[in-house]
Design a protein around this ligand. Structure first.
Ligand code: PHE
Length: 450
């Protein structure tokens, strides 16, 4: 057994850490942004269907594989299937962890800068409109490289402390804080004058939008991203569980909390947005929350305090997610190459930082904001490749691997160790063998032709 692996101190510790991985910028920044671009409530509806029928079974499957093999994705796949093409799952995991972290940390870096502005009064005293504030802030290359690097550095420090003293301890401290902050902000937001229009936009689906393959694709991709699925993050976290720890209820809790928090974020953003004159949810793109919310905070009584709370919340949520992104390639180096944890953290951290620079520079105008080959920014290219393609494809491979290669019988036996409960091995086996992979496959085909 490699000695630098580590394990969770307790089952609640695992649940907090895995929830910490799931809950992140994907919920609070990504979900409302996508709802804004994807036409409101119709997107929410598709998202929920994807979470329940496609993603939840895969999430349980990933945790089961990890607990069974006691190894990260590449090792786990090899233990179950020494031959065959399944090793691509391990490769995808390492690549996705590294590259997603490289653009994720850029947004996290903005978040910390906004926190700083809120604390130092810079949000209120800034005379420019907040849209301009976001444009100016995101265009400042050197400052963003600094904050992105800072965030990656902090993540590396925590991951280097190991599973129990680093990841579990950080999640225990931060997840409760996050939840309290979210609820306070949601209450504040839905009691604003004019909040009703935002609620209607958010909750009343325009069903003519619901069958648009673009929107379905975005919703499914978003569900994978938000639940940290399709790249073995939950295989990795599951591998630090003791074989006797039950995973069924834990997995349901992770799905439930992650989805609740994404929905709550919508209750914060849309009422707040629509309470500002001239708000257009479709036009904002990645700047949605960074442009909309500061305007609100600047005008509300006590708004700066709420602003500071919000950006603190966002930083905290991002941090417990970047930890899990980094842990996937780090666990791979520890398991497969027998590297010491410290060396793995340093190597992956340095590579990720270097690769984050083109994402940082996607916002200032210049080469990376108008890539000739893709007609868009490097940052958008990254989001698109990983969020909308790689994770769903990874999820499809993982579900095929679990359902057909590991096999319904063996996988079911592993689930039976938990005793009776929901979902039953038969129901889960059906979903992961037939429903999840077919749905993802169809989605991919439709998006190719559509
Ligand atoms: N789930 C995280 C979020 O919502 C992002 C993430 C994706 C983390 C994949 C780990 C793995 O922000």
């Amino acid at each position: 057994m490699p000695n630098d692996r580590g394990s969770w101190g307790s089952r609640p510790g695992f649940i907090l850490a895995a929830t910490g991985s799931a809950v992140g910028l994907g919920n609070i920044w990504g979900f409302p942004t996508q709802v804004g671009q994807g036409g409101g409530a119709a997107f929410v509806l598709i998202y929920l269907v994807a979470v329940i029928f496609i993603c939840a079974p895969i999430l349980l499957g990933e945790v089961l594989v990890g607990r069974y093999a006691q190894l990260g994705p590449a090792g786990a796949v090899r233990r179950i299937a020494p031959t065959g093409p399944w090793w691509v799952i391990g490769l995808l995991a390492v690549a996705a962890g590294t590259f997603i972290l490289s653009f994720y940390a850029v947004i996290a870096g903005w978040t910390v800068q906004y926190l700083w502005l809120a604390v130092t009064d810079g949000l209120a005293s800034d005379a420019r409109g907040s849209g301009e504030l976001f444009d100016a802030l995101s265009a400042n290359g050197s400052q963003n490289i600094l904050f992105t690097g800072l965030f990656i550095g902090l993540t590396a420090w925590c991951v280097n402390r190991g599973i129990r003293r680093g990841i579990e301890a950080a999640s225990r401290l931060m997840m409760p804080l996050l939840f309290v902050l979210l609820v306070i902000l949601a209450i504040r937001s839905v009691t604003l004058p004019g909040a009703g229009e935002g609620l209607a936009y958010y909750l009343r689906p325009d069903l003519s939008q619901a069958l648009n393959p673009e929107i379905i694709g975005a919703a499914v991709g978003q569900a994978f991203f938000s639940l940290s699925l399709g790249m073995g993050a939950l295989i990795t976290y599951g591998s630090y569980l003791h074989r006797s720890h039950a995973v069924r209820s834990a997995s349901m809790a992770i799905v439930g909390i992650d989805t609740t928090i994404a929905l709550l974020a919508g209750f914060i953003i849309f009422p707040a947005g629509f309470s500002i004159a001239g708000f257009d949810p479709t036009a904002s793109g990645p700047g949605l929350i960074f442009a909309v919310l500061p305007q609100l905070f600047a005008t509300l009584p006590g708004g700066l305090l709420f602003g500071a709370a919000f950006f603190l919340l966002l930083s905290v949520a991002a941090f417990t997610s970047t930890i899990s992104l980094l842990e996937v390639p780090v666990a791979h180096a520890i398991d497969q190459w027998r590297w010491p944890r410290r060396k793995a953290v340093l190597a992956v951290g340095a590579f990720t930082f270097a690769f984050s620079i083109p994402s940082v520079l996607s916002f200032g105008g210049g080469f990376f904001s108008e890539l000739p080959a893709v007609g868009g920014t490097f940052f958008n290219l990254m989001v698109n490749v990983w969020n909308e393609w790689a994770l769903p494809v990874g999820g499809m491979l993982i579900s095929l691997f679990i359902g057909w290669r590991w096999g319904a019988r063996f996988a079911g036996d592993e689930l039976r160790r938990d005793g009776p409960g929901f979902p039953s091995p038969a129901l889960w086996g059906f979903l992961i063998r037939f429903v999840s992979p077919t749905a993802i496959f169809l989605l991919i085909v439709f998006r190719f032709v559509g």
